[in-house]
Ligand binder design. Sequence first.
Ligand SMILES: *Cc1c(COP(=O)(O)O)cnc(C)c1O
Length: 394
Amino acid sequence: MNPVYLDNNATTMVAPEVLEAMLPFFGELYGNPSSMHTFGGEVGHRLKKARADAAETLGCAPEEIIFTSCGSESDNTAIRSALAAQPDKRHLITTRVEHPAVLSLAKHLEEKDYEVTYLGVDEKGRLDLGELSRAIRKDTALVSVMYANNETGTIFPIPEIAALCKERGVLVHTDAVQAVGKVGIDLAELPVDMLALSGHKLHAQKGVGLLYVRRGTPYRPFLIGGHQERGRRAGTENTAGIIGLAKAMTLAHDNMVEENTRVKALRDRLEQGILASVPDTIVNGDPDNRLPNTSSIAFKYVEGEAILLMLDQYGICASSGSACTSGSLEPSHVLRAMGVPFTFAHGSIRFSLSRYTTDKDVDLVLEVMPKVIDTLRRMSPFNEKTPPKQACTC
Ligand SMILES: *Cc1c(COP(=O)(O)O)cnc(C)c1O
């Protein structure tokens, strides 16, 4: 089983160097980092080094880092903390294209009598900063905007957004899960109060994440218990995970130029090749401001799921932009927010590359894709004369 793995925005392979760094913590280094004895203390010492390494890649202080269990926990903690620390402020601003880690929480908070403003995006997935500025109110507790979109790769102007929020005295959080390692982030320069990232999106393992909280930011812990993470997140540390995450962040940091040149060139070759060989095809997102590894391509008149199933037979892993829920074929909330035409939104496929993607991987997709789409279009009941019904109600 050696797939052509082009689904790196869903999860990534653990880098061999990361695995190697973690292994001792599954073996001899099993001590509790909080213990008084030398045996546990040694693990505590390694953890401290990992925290410093992670901080260095982000341009922040080690004390500003809270290790968590995943990106979702980091996002939840940031948002819930901002609300709990400012009980008189009951308004939250976010976007319509966030990951469910933010969007589903925002919906949940609306049921708890918080008010949420969801900023829209244009056809390229871009935000309107004027709309953001107008949405900020006296009782706005937090602005939460993702750094880069996981489906289209569109990058949001977080430096400008953060500066605007600072000017207006509002806390700002960014879900940078897809951005870290792909976009240069320097927290010494970027005035966000909080930032979330996740290990398994950058070649560390699943079950570890990180929340950056700028010094002085009002904060209320989500997990209450022991005094780990300076009392900001209880629970005995996931030592192996944290060691792996720090290693992965260092590798990602050191590989950034590679990601932005070789990986981008591969992505562009893949995208241009498909556009040239398959008619009625468009690219979703902002071509000028996009993650270097992501390509979301829409094929008119075919179902994304059908494309994925056929690609799977060739050992190609990609992802569909639409989630098919209980019989109602519903295009992704991101593509809907962008107003991607219905006939395209249903046939959207996301390819997300990594630094392990090869020329051969791209060659195979380019060879297979025209055949796959041609086969599906022959079978498709939809065409120019009978487009699919606008069945989407949500
Ligand atoms: C994957 C992802 C998350 C969630 O991270 P987990 O570690 O899987 O909880 C949050 N935001 C974005 C943008 C993501 O891509």
